[in-house]
Design a protein around this ligand. Structure first.
Ligand code: DX5
Ligand code: ZN
Length: 218
């Protein structure tokens, strides 16, 4: 079962609650919230206050993608603000096991994100602790970038490992996902699809959610 995770990074920030409502009504399961600090990535975006403000407006699963250095400093703020899942970048954590444990102890689900070049073996020994692995299909920092096809074999390999180990870990992909690439990534084994510009850049974002879901089923 594929889940669609619209990324509000491409939504109208002056009308966020309305944007969220549209994709929720269209059946999207996760709301992908991109947090950037201007250090780990060049861009600066959303903080815990926005998550807190959106929380009473939606019943969607809040999937918070932290593209920040030393995420351990902010994990508890995001969980308190209403994150259902907190995803940290392996490249941003010196003590990745500690960061992952911190999220779990706070009672939220936990994910680890890997940049396109980062090998899977960085999570080999903590994989059973993870609810989700986020494989970046662009270099993080901006919406609207082109899908990097070199990540496809990595999705396949991770899907194989998860099956071999009998785990329920979800594989999320993020970057350049649209109706065309959705078919490729689900074919490789991804089951949570983040899409920003393909949804909120469309004339009808609700229809775009449905189109991506349909393409993913092919
Ligand atoms: C990129 C972010 C993405 C971004 C995806 O660094 O992590 O979530 O919003 O945008 P699109 O779908 O436009 O590539
Ligand atoms: Zn993201």
């Amino acid at each position: 079962m594929v889940k669609i995770a619209p990324s509000i990074l491409s939504a109208d920030f002056a009308n966020l609650a309305q944007a969220v409502q549209v994709v929720e009504q269209a059946g999207a399961e996760y709301l992908h919230i991109d947090v950037m600090d201007g250090h780990f990535v060049p861009n600066i975006t959303i903080g815990p206050l926005i998550v807190k403000a959106l929380r009473p407006r939606s019943n969607m699963f809040f999937d918070v993608h932290l593209m920040i250095e030393q995420p351990d400093r902010y994990i508890s703020d995001f969980v308190k603000a209403g994150a259902d899942l907190v995803c940290v970048h392996a490249e941003a954590c010196t003590h990745l096991h500690r960061c992952v444990s911190q999220v779990k102890e706070l009672g939220a689900k936990v994910g680890v994100a890997l940049n396109p070049h980062t090998p899977l073996n960085i999570i080999e020994y903590i994989l059973p602790m993870l609810d989700l692995v986020l494989l970046m299909t662009v270099n993080p920092g901006f919406g609207g970038q082109k899908f990097i096809p070199e990540v496809l074999p990595k999705i396949k390999r991770l899907s194989q490992i998860i099956k071999e180990q009998g785990l329920a870990t979800e594989i999320e992909v993020d970057g350049g996902i649209n109706s065309e690439t959705a078919t490729l990534v689900t074919g490789a084994g991804a089951n949570v699809l983040v899409a920003g510009s393909a949804i909120f850049g469309a004339d009808n974002p609700g229809q775009a959610v449905k189109d991506i879901r349909k393409a993913a089923a092919n």
